[in-house]
Design a protein around this ligand. Sequence first.
Ligand SMILES: CC(C)(COP(=O)(O)OP(=O)(O)OC[C@H]1O[C@@H](n2cnc3c(N)ncnc32)[C@H](O)[C@@H]1OP(=O)(O)O)[C@@H](O)C(=O)NCCC(=O)NCCS
Length: 133
Amino acid sequence: VDVRYAVNGPLAAEEFAALCRRSGLRRPVDDMPRMERMLRFANLVLTARDEAGRLLGAARAVTDFSYCCYVSDLAVEPEAQKKGIGRDLMRRLGEHLGEEVAVILLAGSQALEYYPKIGFEKADAAWMIRRKR
Ligand SMILES: CC(C)(COP(=O)(O)OP(=O)(O)OC[C@H]1O[C@@H](n2cnc3c(N)ncnc32)[C@H](O)[C@@H]1OP(=O)(O)O)[C@@H](O)C(=O)NCCC(=O)NCCS
């Protein structure tokens, strides 16, 4: 497949929710107003689409474009996985951000072994306050 990548290109909440569902990425897909806010207020979203415009993958992040970037969601359609799309999305995200910006994320249990393969180092000093719902 000829994969087309876009930075902050169009991404409908319904498409994004369908991608989360199909890839098994657990997000509040039954609360569409919340999914819409997740996209509206994220300020760096990369998409991968096929020739027909179908969504193959996406990365959603919040950044200041100067110092840090939190990548909240990375997902690739099951039939498009293991073809380098996830790696390409994250590489393009890093290129867009440049050398001054740290890219920070929390790996889901299915992807604990994934991030070291695409260049991430484990951060032992990470701390968080979990969302309540
Ligand atoms: C995890 C995910 C984003 C990876 O995207 P992808 O496009 O399938 O992965 P890539 O093709 O870029 O894979 C790069 C390398 O990582 C490996 N890899 C892919 N998914 C992996 C996983 N879940 N765990 C460990 N390694 C993985 C690939 O085999 C490949 O290895 P290689 O370089 O030796 O060939 C995708 O599989 C996905 O959407 N999974 C379900 C949702 C999810 O877990 N998201 C992340 C939550 S933090």
